[in-house]
Design a binder for this molecule. Structure first.
Ligand code: FAD
Ligand code: A2P
Length: 276
């Protein structure tokens, strides 16, 4: 009666569907109900400059790749790739991506691009990283890159979010840098971290634009106001933020540069579609 053997005795072969450009998730950390970070394996051939972004995603219901731009948050020397992500409740990608677990696969197109690279700026004394929300991702890469500290005497990381919890990814990253065996010594005394909140009380408050315009950040950190000769800046936030910060930087005399024409500051959108 072998023919009547219950089918459950034979484990069903799992359908193995390897994604195009698949990479395997190694760790996931949820910071808030709107923010998480994760690490994936790095394609051996992938070379990128700290600050660049790639397209990553998952397959949709029809088996087609659903891809979005993501800044690489890990530095170029890291053997894995790290990403820091929003969770948009009804977002086509992140409504699914927020459920990934170690061992899962994501799609990663290995073609890094972007303007937030050190080569896009003229040499200077001090570099400012200006970010809101997930806009800190490219600077999470640049803050961990030794080249940043070789090129600049001071690195100022201004990060602004509505609440304290939203700053936590950046705060832990900066604190961890002091003890980092690779760049801990380079960072010591050079990296000035200036996190602020706008809708919850914290040690430091206020929008980046306001803290620059009023001069509060310069007074708090004991550094002179920005000038074209010494200061360089990289900006990454919502479109409205980017527009307003550009005006502030221009008021200090800085000019927008690009890979093809390095000047005093560069800008990238942290996301598109905030209604402007
Ligand atoms: P989408 O349909 O893409 O977006 C829906 C709406 O959600 C948008 O209209 C916008 O209002 C809002 N939204 C999207 N992304 C964000 C965000 N990051 N913060 C706040 N609101 C947002 N996102 C990241 O989380 N981390 C990154 O490192 C990152 N890097 C990017 C780099 C570039 C150059 C660009 C252009 C975008 C980047 N984004 C990043 C945004 C990302 O591409 C997606 O928009 C995001 O993952 C949401 O995808 P979705 O399909 O769920 O929703
Ligand atoms: P605020 O709370 O005063 O709007 P969001 O979550 O809306 O993307 O904003 C992230 C952070 O960026 C918030 O602290 C917000 O401050 C700040 N922000 C938003 N728009 C601007 C802008 N145009 N200029 C400066 N800061 C901004």
């Amino acid at each position: 009666m072998d023919d009547l053997k219950p089918v459950t005795d034979t484990p069903a072969a799992k359908p193995v569907r390897t994604l195009p450009d698949a990479q395997t998730v190694t760790t996931v950390h949820h910071w808030t109900d709107r923010l998480f970070s994760f690490r994936v394996t790095r394609p051996q051939s992938l070379r990128f400059r700290s600050g660049e972004f790639v397209m990553i995603g998952l397959l949709d219901e029809k088996g087609k790749p659903l891809l979005r731009a993501y800044s690489i948050a890990s530095p170029s020397w890291d053997e894995e790739l790290e990403f820091y992500s929003i969770k948009v409740p009804d977002g086509p990608l992140t409504s699914k991506l927020q459920h990934i677990e170690p061992g899962d696969e994501i799609i990663l197109r290995p073609k890094p691009v972007g303007t937030l690279v050190l080569d896009a700026l003229l040499p200077g004394k001090r570099i400012w990283f200006l970010a809101t929300g997930t806009g800190i991702a490219p600077f999470a890469s640049l803050m961990r890159d030794p080249e940043t500290y070789e090129k600049y005497e001071q690195v100022v990381m201004m990060h602004t979010c509505r609440t304290v919890a939203e700053l936590e990814y950046g705060r832990q990253l900066v604190e961890g840098l002091q003890d980092d065996p690779l760049i801990g010594e380079m960072v010591a005394g050079k990296l000035l971290y200036y996190p602020t909140t706008t809708r919850e009380d914290s040690l430091r408050m206020g929008r980046i634009t306001d803290n620059l315009t009023s001069g509060k950040v310069f007074a708090d950190l004991g550094i002179p106001p920005m000038d074209k000769q010494h200061d360089r800046a990289m900006v990454c936030g919502s479109l409205a933020f980017n527009i307003d910060v550009k005006a502030v930087l221009e008021s200090f005399g800085l000019r927008e540069g690009a890979n093809s024409e390095p000047l005093e500051y560069v800008v990238e959108k942290a996301f598109v579609g905030d209604g402007i």
